[in-house]
Design a protein around this ligand. Sequence first.
Ligand code: URP
Ligand code: ZN
Ligand code: ZN
Length: 548
Amino acid sequence: MVSSALLLHSTTPPAARAMATPSRRLLLLLLPLLAVAVAASHPAHEFCTAGGDAGCGGGDGARILIKGGTVVNAHRAEEADVYIEDGVVAAVRPNIPVGDDNVRVIDATGKYVMPGGIDPHTHLAMEFMGTVTIDDFFSGHAAALAGGTTMHIDFVIPVNGNLTAGLESYKQKAANAAMDYGFHMAITKWNDEVAREMEVMVKEHGINSFKFFMAYKGSLMVTDDLLLQGLQKCKSLGALAMVHAENGDAVAEGQQRMIDLGITGPEGHALSRPPILEGEATARAIRLAKFINTPLYVVHVMSIDAMEEIAKAKREGQRVIGEPVVSGLVLDDSWLWNPDFTIASKYVMSPPIREAGHSKALQAALSSGILQLVGTDHCTFNSTQKAFGSDDFRKIPNGVNGLEERMHIIWDSMVETGKISVTDYVRVTSTECAKIFNIYPRKGAILEGSDADIIILNPERSFVMGAHTHHSRSNTNVYEGRKGKGMVEVTISRGRVVWEDGVLNIAPGSGRYVRMLPFGYVFDGIEKSDAAYRASLRAPVQRGKASA
Ligand code: URP
Ligand code: ZN
Ligand code: ZN
């Protein structure tokens, strides 16, 4: 436990948030030292001391009893109490007696008690497009916990193609983590060394998924040849192959077309990479995964075109997982035509946010199980960084926020509207991710023995989102002014209350790396279908020597 904990409050002045990156960095370095002084200069009720002020969180080993709520797991919702001890769920049943004075009792009457969210797709402290995402593992975790997410899986980017160097760099980036996290790893080049390193990542470092970018020509993009090698290697290791599916060659062509037409603003981003290019790459990746017979995970499904390719493959029995992201589910591309560059550019991400009909179709696909789990692709850049592309949309760093907003937006847009049930809410925001990445039921459930990563959501309270109240370091928010119902009032991370009454109680360095083992459920039976395929070949045919 870090003794001088960092204390954040949801009313941190906007000016502090909008600070340029270097000064923010310096501030974060100093914060552990400044925390006590900062706390002293604010009204006492705004701050807690991480590690266990009475009535304010609780240290490691704290005992908490959540009473009277509706406990929701993906498989069922029930009226029950939840008893937490040593960071783990110790009991889930109705009417657990309070017992002793050292147990903190939280009244959850009329509220939902659910597993903390798990975000399968984030980019914290990522070097990308000539800059670095503004949220690091600390500010990203502050945002996540304030929004009810208690774990995320970030993408390690290799250093010059080298996986070991990439992992080392991300270990350092994650040194200030304040909640649990895991890693996927991107593959950006191919040779025998990379293939060997993939094995080491899986067997020694707890990484069980690798991502292939089919876009970003000239930087992260892979060829079909590399993708095929990678799929094969993933299969042999029991690691899940993930793809960013857009045709990067065609995107480059589309970008040049826009520039030639004199379209240099953010709208050129959407126009240069239409849904057809996402559909094409999704179809191609799906077919190559089918050829190799290995499961495939398609990240940030943004269009009907891509979603329908996934639906078709699933209908045919192929193991394809589709991940929509919050921005794709609730936003539309009209923002990119906004005359104010600062507003328009904050919506630039890839694949682009699409015309309005796409988000509706993606929501329906999520409701019906065609798409399985919701991510954010949280990849934030402030308005200064976005302005790198003020005269050329190709230079606008791609990415939007969402880590703090995901749980609230999905509740409001999907549960409040009756599109999904509360149990499905838990499935798409937490359980499915835990299952796919093989950390269930330690994560993604409120069961005896599960990590006590828990949220308490009040369905009667309303929220308003925006850069003035969020915990991201960005000075903009793509959900600015968005209102809705359903508020995460309490977040518990491994048995500690880290968010309550608008107060964050977190410490840099307290987050834990979660190792994820290979051969998750998506691999079950693959060897049998391989055997069936081999048996179906009726080959090689034994022939006599051909006469000359
Ligand atoms: O625009 C995006 N999506 N930025 C993050 C990198 C990626 O493609 O996932
Ligand atoms: Zn991507
Ligand atoms: Zn991403």
